[in-house]
Design a binder for this molecule. Structure first.
Ligand code: SAH
Length: 456
């Protein structure tokens, strides 16, 4: 029998049989694979082909004929158009199973990692309104009104919506105040195409434990006119702690510029993870889900299991969050991080917590660790790594195996590069013992994983 030729704009009814790592449904037409955004395993759906390649193509979900039993109504009306959430229409329970499976499959397929304890994924108790940081773009709507909300997926079209199901609820009030202030004083939003206008983004941060609030306007200018009335209105919000603007006059997609001017209050807000206090300024990196971060670091600490004589190296340490979380249980902690400002924060955070056994180095982990090892024959009992998505440089992994710590704890935000790096370590003296997934980003396809390796 002749095979069908699948062409763009063809419409088919297909069964969705699998979910790709980026959350698209996968179904087949006569053996040809179609990836369909917003479709779920168990859906029977009408799909329009929008792009074809030799061995697979992409389809648009036109109509669901029979819904998957795992399908739920997405609480956010913008869930499908917004770039932020990919799987809000999947029940939270199944989201967790999807993430855990993704990690298990990648560890096996890419890493050939077997025979370890997989702890049940730690999900959120309340998978909504969990983010402590938001960056809202500001623009002009069709009728010349100020709009702010979020970008539609893969575009810079702003969907005007102050409500977001994963952001801190107070943002809604903050956006109303800023919009009213801009309208009252005729302050223009920034226009990317003409590079004119003033207000580009509104950055907000909320301390979940302290209830402190930060608002920072990112502007295409050096001064903020009528700032007194903005400050007056924002100060009415209980918890307001820091009001500032950030200067970004570049033609760029990068949101923040390098200079921050405080208009009122402190230059930072404070929050806690466990009983460690952190000062967070507009420019510092800080985990966006503080409730789950505590569980993530708890798992890392449990796996590291430091004793009072242990020396820990915390590589890719950011503002020293993991280092300080572990310092109280260890003899000495060393952190390494590439961003100098983050290291300034790390040192200050050590000081405000009265922690004196933590030291920090600026530089690339793959350079600082081998060089210091060569020069000073430093020793590590435990090494923690928490790299960005691309994972660890091979030269760093090589140095870790030379240093022979008794345990390595790998914290990862990308299970594919994690699996690759675990394979390297398992081929050289280390064995994966325990794996713990933590859901930090509900309704997205992302998953955080902590792995314990022990020296064989
Ligand atoms: N452990 C921290 C930060 C993790 S994010 C926390 O939990 O908050 C990863 C960090 O690695 C970022 O702070 C990034 O700036 C840093 N980084 C990226 N490449 C690096 C490299 N080659 N060497 C050291 N740090 C690096």
């Amino acid at each position: 029998m002749e095979k069908k030729t699948i062409k763009k704009n063809d419409i088919y009814t297909i069964e969705i049989e699998d979910l790709s790592t980026d959350g698209s449904g996968i179904g087949k037409v006569d053996g040809y694979t179609l990836f369909v955004k917003d479709a779920l395993i168990g859906d029977t759906a009408e799909v329009k082909v929008i792009k074809t390649k030799k061995h697979y193509g992409y389809g648009r979900l036109m109509r669901i004929i029979t819904p998957s039993p795992d399908r739920v109504e997405a609480p956010c009306p913008h869930a499908r158009s917004c770039g932020g959430c990919q799987i809000q229409h999947l029940s939270y329970e199944r989201q967790l199973a999807f993430k855990e499976n993704k990690v298990r499959n990648l560890l096996s397929r890419v890493g050939h990692v077997e025979d370890y304890v997989m702890h049940p994924i730690i999900g959120m108790e309340h998978p909504y309104y969990y983010r402590n940081k938001a960056q809202f773009p500001v623009g002009l709507g069709k009728d010349g009104q100020i709009v702010t909300g979020f970008y539609a997926g893969h575009t810079h079209v702003i969907v005007d919506s102050a409500h977001c199901c994963i952001q801190a609820p107070v943002n809604e009030q903050l956006l109303v105040i800023v919009k009213k202030w801009m309208t009252d004083h005729d302050i223009a939003p920034y226009d990317e195409t003409t590079h004119k206008g003033l207000v580009r983004h509104i950055l907000t941060r909320v301390g979940f434990k302290t209830k402190e609030i930060m608002v920072c306007l990112i502007i295409n200018g050096k001064k903020l006119p009528h700032s007194e009335s903005l400050v007056k209105a924002l100060r009415e919000i209980p918890g307001m702690t820091s009001i500032s603007f950030n200067i970004n006059q570049d033609k760029t997609n990068v949101i923040l510029g390098s200079k921050v001017v405080t208009l009122w209050g402190q230059d930072y807000i404070t929050d806690y993870i466990g009983d460690v206090r952190y000062q967070i300024s507009p420019l510092s990196f800080y985990q966006v889900n503080p409730v789950q971060t505590e569980k993530l670091y708890g798992a890392a600490l449990k796996f590291a299991n430091p004793g009072p004589n242990d020396v820990i190296w915390d590589l890719y340490c950011g503002i020293g969050t993991i280092s300080l979380f572990m310092a109280k249980k260890a003899k000495q902690v060393y952190g390494v991080e590439i961003v100098p400002q983050a290291i300034d924060d790390a040192k200050r955070n050590a000081a405000i917590n009265d922690i004196h056994n933590a030291e920090f180095y600026v530089g690339k982990a793959e350079e600082v660790l081998p060089q210091t090892y060569e020069r000073e024959h430093i020793h590590a009992d435990i090494i923690v790594v928490d790299p960005p998505r691309k994972g660890c440089d091979e030269s760093l992994l090589a140095c870790i195996t030379q240093m022979q710590p008794k345990r390595v704890v790998y914290v990862s935000c990308d299970p594919a590069t994690l699996a690759r790096d675990l394979k390297y370590l398992e081929e050289r003296d280390y064995k994966v013992k325990e794996v713990q997934c933590v859901d930090m980003f509900g309704h997205s396809v992302h998953v955080e994983t902590v792995v314990l390796l022990e020296r064989k």
